[in-house]
Design a protein. Structure first.
Length: 255
């Protein structure tokens, strides 16, 4: 997560921003500042100065507030211009106020991380869980699609829902969590994923080792020992997985 000190961009109704300047959002008529706290709004702020042709530009270098609002307007929504950045690690997530006073949450997916098919499969699983009255928040459909595209960005829209953290020393809360996870697992067993990664030694072990070996992160004098130790560990994991013969089910990584 980026280390910017903010809980989000507070963008009041009254006009779209023209420039960003040292943590201040400058418009023709208004100036706004960020609220205190940690968040990952850095990309949308500092990266907006990168050119689309800049080879060093990061995935969200062009995701300015203007572009965010254009995405919503493109599917027929009428944002008021007020938005708040929410916590997210790989993706970018914003709460957007609409003209009628309601709110939506928009999630922009990082380019090159998941295929469209994998994201749509995740959306379908969330919709399937919701259909079984499991309290998840599935994406909303627009034009009969949950994965939307605009201006080279992929995004999904969700209704805003409140919630609270469980009390982990409360046995009733733990029982409720256990029942809910059990129901998620029961639905997940009904059919496999076709496009999502499988959590196994190959995809999350050997593929990771190969990526590290080719990254240049490990100094030359440590490469041999590092590869030897990790390979021995992965060989042991292969044996454990073969002995256990796990039954793979669909899971939502955010739960």
């Amino acid at each position: 997560m980026a280390g910017s000190m903010c809980s989000g961009l507070i963008w009041e109704k009254g006009g779209r921003p023209d420039t960003f300047n040292n943590g201040l959002l400058i418009t023709k008529t208004f100036t706004y500042i960020y609220a205190s706290g940690y968040c990952n709004m850095t990309d949308a702020m500092t990266e907006s100065n990168h050119s689309a042709d800049d080879p060093n530009a990061t995935p969200y270098s062009q995701l300015t507030p203007d572009v965010i609002l254009d995405c919503l307007e493109n599917v027929g929504l009428r944002p008021s211009g007020r938005m708040l950045a929410l916590n997210s690690y790989e993706n970018r997530v914003y709460q957007i106020e609409l003209d009628e006073g309601d709110y939506v949450v928009v999630k922009f997916y990082r380019a090159g991380r998941w295929s469209d098919e994998a994201i749509i499969e995740e959306h379908a699983f969330a919709l399937e869980l919701a259909a079984q009255t499991i309290p998840v928040i599935p994406p909303q459909e627009y034009h009969e699609q949950t994965l939307l595209h605009f201006n080279n960005y992929r995004f999904a829209l969700f209704p805003r829902r409140g919630g609270r953290s469980p009390e982990l020393d409360n046995l009733e809360h733990l029982e409720q969590l256990g029942r809910m996870l059990g129901r998620i697992h029961a639905v997940g067993r009904l059919r496999p994923f076709a496009h999502r990664l499988r959590l196994d030694v190959s995809s999350y072990g050997r593929a990771g080792l190969a990526a590290i070996q080719h990254s240049g992160f490990v100094p030359d004098y440590l490469k041999h020992n590092h590869t030897q130790v990790v390979t021995e560990l992965l060989d042991q994991l292969d044996t454990l997985f073969a002995d256990y013969a796990p039954h793979y089910i669909r899971l939502h990584g955010d739960c």
